[in-house]
Design a protein around this ligand. Structure first.
Ligand SMILES: [Zn+2]
Ligand SMILES: [Zn+2]
Length: 275
């Protein structure tokens, strides 16, 4: 089965394409199930914190419309259509976020660390710092997000090692131990980690070696994955799937998680894909 659990639409204000445009493309590619994961609006945060964040993304008043639009689109197509949110983790707002998420009719909540408070809420990929210090800080914050238990999966952890080069020698091992602690916590929480296929573009300092290190840890700890393209344009649905699926198969990862009303079930991944 083919699924894509990370899609953005015009609701992001930095992506193009309507929900129907994405569904059309998914169908062309033979993808049977999709989940839209619009950036959550941040009405659960304090005014003070909101003022410090560099991006607005989906607006507060659009959330209800988005949820309804996805639901309605699902009724017009033969595809399985799920509704989700890509939700920034901010330490200190766990209770507020938990209450907010519990009030929403969503299938899937994808947690994410895009903005780090200790770096003035700068976007991860734009932080300039010494690589070891940066990666330990980033992985530590991601681990806290995992331990919050608020999310079904954590999105694109690869942003960390795309922002700075993976250190050599003993420092490299230190960083790998920190990544390993994130994967171990996911195992303990019984939650997923995302294989975001945009990672196979190897942007910034990203390398195949670093990504395979991550996949090896996932396989070793037996952490379930979610799979998504992070499409911001209908053309990006299922991006890099042939390469990603081949690599997953190499590491013995044969299933991905799917969600209905935040209940997880595993689906077998297709071996060959995408026309
Ligand atoms: Zn993201
Ligand atoms: Zn995204």
């Amino acid at each position: 089965m083919l699924i894509d659990y990370h899609l953005h639409t015009v609701y992001s204000h930095h992506a193009v394409g309507t929900i129907d445009d994405y569904l059309r493309r998914a169908k062309e590619l033979g993808i049977q199930e999709v989940c839209f994961t619009e950036h959550i609006s941040r009405q659960y945060l304090s005014e003070e914190l909101k003022r410090q964040l560099p991006y607005t993304w989906m607006r507060e008043e659009e959330l209800e419309l988005y949820l309804r639009d996805v639901k309605d689109a699902g009724e017009r197509t033969s595809l399985n259509v799920r509704v989700g949110l890509e939700t920034d983790y901010f330490a200190g707002f766990e209770q507020e976020l938990g209450r907010f998420l519990a009030s929403l009719p969503v299938d899937y909540v994808l947690g994410v660390v895009h903005l780090l408070p200790m770096y003035g809420f700068r976007y991860v990929m734009d932080v300039k710092d010494e690589p070891v210090r940066f990666l330990l800080t980033y992985f530590d914050y991601v681990r806290k997000a995992v331990e919050s238990g608020l999310f079904d999966s954590m999105a694109h952890i690869n942003l960390g090692w795309q922002a700075v080069p993976w250190p050599e020698g003993a420092d490299g091992q230190l960083v790998e131990d920190a990544l390993s602690a994130v994967v171990a916590s996911a195992r303990k929480q019984d939650m997923c980690l995302e294989v975001n296929t945009r990672a196979f573009n190897f942007e910034g300092c990203g390398t195949r070696e670093a990504y395979e290190r991550f996949l090896r840890l996932i396989a070793d700890y037996g952490v379930p994955i979610t799979l998504g393209s992070d499409a911001h344009n209908p053309k990006e649905v299922g991006r890099n799937y042939p390469e990603a699926l081949r690599t997953l198969a190499y590491y013995g990862i044969k299933e991905a998680a799917a969600f209905v009303q935040r209940q997880r079930h595993m689906v077998p991944l297709a071996a060959v894909v995408v026309r």
